[in-house]
Design a protein around this ligand. Structure first.
Ligand code: SF4
Length: 225
């Protein structure tokens, strides 16, 4: 029997709400649309990958990275596998393949890997949500499980897209560095995720989420009639 595959975004879904995870991954009942993020990144990410790959091909450093002591990861073939198939980790006890499809990767001193992700935003200020930090942490965790040495540092390449008062499109690009990434917690996270996945009982809903609350209110309405 083929092992189950669980992606980085489903690990994030589990961390956000175990019930939504259980319903979506196990019962194929998708989350309400309201939750789905806008996909500006879908448009920009392939373009940015090409831009950075060209630097890679020419063995040059992009100007945004010049001031830092890390480089673009050199092994293009390995990177392409990690982009398309994901960085995979087969958990021997869970019999589950956990994986995350990375955008790109940096390297320091030809040895230490640094998770690197592209973010596109329409907002004036780029906000680093907890989920963004977890995204880099999960990539780092999966890379460590491959036997790689990974710094507890992650990098975002942020593209801000806007329109100025003359209705001209503007683009700003910058590097945002996240320090103190914690890869240690994910063994335990995956342990809990696995228990939830194999549980026959659906987990409790989150108290603050309006969707399940609304369902319960509707059910109670008929119960009390
Ligand atoms: S509480 Fe919200 S997030 Fe959790 S299962 Fe219900 S809809 Fe999903």
């Amino acid at each position: 029997m083929k092992p189950i595959k669980i992606s980085r975004s489903k690990i994030e879904l589990f961390l956000d709400c175990p019930r939504c995870f259980w319903l979506e991954v196990k019962k194929k009942i998708k989350r309400p649309e309201k939750f789905t993020a806008t996909h500006l990144g879908n448009k920009y990410d392939p373009f940015l990958k090409k831009v950075f790959d060209e630097y890679r091909r020419q063995n040059k450093k992009p100007k945004e990275l010049e001031e830092f002591d890390f480089e673009l990861y050199k092994d293009y073939q390995k990177l392409e596998i990690w982009r398309k198939k994901g960085v995979e980790y087969f958990h021997p006890k869970h019999k589950i393949i956990y994986y995350g499809e990375i955008d790109d990767l940096l390297i320091k001193e030809n040895k230490y890997l640094i998770p690197f992700d592209f973010k596109t935003t329409l907002s004036k200020e780029f906000q680093v949500y907890e989920s963004y930090k977890r995204q880099l942490e999960i990539y780092g965790y999966l890379l460590k499980k491959q036997g790689e040495e990974v710094l507890n540092l992650g990098v975002f390449y942020v593209v801000r897209v806007d329109i100025n008062e003359n209705f001209e499109k503007i683009e700003e690009r910058k590097i945002v560095i996240l320090e103190n990434l914690n890869y240690e917690i994910y063994d335990e996270v995956l342990e809990k995720l696995k228990e939830t996945y194999f549980s026959l009982q659906e987990p409790e809903p989150s108290e603050n989420c309006p969707f399940c609350l609304r369902d319960f209110q509707i059910k109670n309405l008929y119960k009390n009639e």
